[in-house]
Design a protein around this ligand. Structure first.
Ligand code: MRU
Length: 345
């Protein structure tokens, strides 16, 4: 069976459980709002675009079997479920973007029957899903133009098919480029503490027979200094109108390294990851996760019980460190303030 990050068939929502990878490939059906909330919170489903697609369908499956005849009661449950999902994770804007889309559609159709509103939610979720697949294709097509036949590319976290409902963002570019240039190499940061690079990116890339080398996060500087990396491509969870990009913790240090060593640092993201309403990068909410994620590995303690640990899940890379932002609408270069407006709108 070809693996998939998410499927919605016969009104049944299924995801691959990313916490089990790569040791076990298992799929999970999401039936309730509680299932959906837990799946996002625990990173069973993760990656900014995928969280957005997942949230839409989750709202639908959470209300599809409601039997009430009271429109008021029905809408109350739907809106509560939407609000509940909004507090699962704060940084990836795609979650809010998708839920707001669903909510706006419901409001526009609020005078119609409960049955119709259910269909509206299902159709809007499907539209978000289909768009996401196309956005990945667009990013891949534009981004692949930046890749040279023998490039060694560094990536961080996981921005592949597991993080979207298509082929990914940063990794979609690599997949597309690899078809043309099979000699490209990828270096994947392991991505402490939850090891998305080691568990997910390395799994994706090696299953596609792409020359992949896993490195500790702190090995990147030495490799870049030794001239072993030609460019870095990462994904993003939220991009501001002036081009600051929030992504997995550790991304900012890679951008600083690339600037110092004069190699390109690219961010690949769909238009659904831009948050043009934010006044500045300072308003991006950075998720802080449990200290236990640092103090243990796969449930096994690796640090003294009493030591404090600080675990921000994301950092923000300022625009002056980003060579270009690769979107489905084109490659955006500085000055970002002007060019993001022109390309994204
Ligand atoms: O905490 P995660 O695993 O959800 O973080 C994911 C990332 O930081 C990805 O790089 C980002 O969402 C882009 S995915 C195309």
């Amino acid at each position: 069976m070809k693996h998939f990050s998410l499927s919605f068939k016969n009104s049944k929502l299924t995801i691959i459980d990313q916490t089990k990878l790569p040791l076990k490939v298992s799929y999970l059906e999401i039936k309730t709002i509680k299932d959906a909330f837990t799946a996002i919170k625990r990173l069973k489903v993760r990656g900014a675009p995928l969280i957005g697609v997942f949230a839409g369908y989750s709202v639908y499956v959470s209300i599809k079997n409601i039997k009430t005849k009271s429109k008021k009661a029905f809408l109350k449950t739907v809106f509560n479920n939407i609000q509940h999902l909004k507090i699962s994770r704060p940084t990836a804007v795609n979650l809010f973007w998708a839920l707001d889309r669903i909510q706006n559609k419901i409001i526009a159709n609020k005078n119609r029957s409960i049955k119709t509103i259910k269909t509206v939610i299902k159709n809007e979720s499907r539209a978000i899903h289909n768009e996401d697949i196309k956005l990945c294709q667009g990013i891949a097509a534009f981004g692949a133009k930046l890749i040279k036949p023998k490039d060694a590319i560094l990536t961080h976290c996981n921005a592949g098919f597991l993080a979207t409902s298509g082929q990914g963002t940063a990794l979609a570019i690599i997949y597309r480029a690899h078809k043309r240039y099979p000699g490209i190499k990828v270096f994947a940061d392991e991505t402490r503490p939850l090891l998305q690079g080691a568990r997910l990116t390395a799994w994706e890339l090696t299953s596609r027979k792409i020359d992949t080398t896993l490195i500790c996060d702190n090995a990147a500087a030495a490799l870049i200094k030794a001239g072993q990396i030609d460019k870095t491509i990462v994904g993003a969870d939220r991009i501001t109108k002036d081009g600051a990009a929030a992504n997995k913790i550790g991304t900012y240090s890679l951008a600083v390294l690339c600037k110092y060593h004069k190699i390109p640092f690219y961010v690949a993201a769909p238009s659904s990851t831009f948050d043009l309403n934010l006044r500045s990068w300072r308003s991006i909410p950075i998720e802080e996760r449990s200290p236990q994620e640092i103090k243990s590995v796969f449930g096994k303690a690796i640090a003294p019980k009493k030591v404090k640990a600080y675990n921000p899940a994301f950092d923000i890379t300022p625009p002056q460190l980003i060579t270009a932002i690769i979107t489905e609408k084109g490659i955006i270069r500085p000055p970002y303030g002007k060019n993001i407006k022109k390309v994204i709108g």
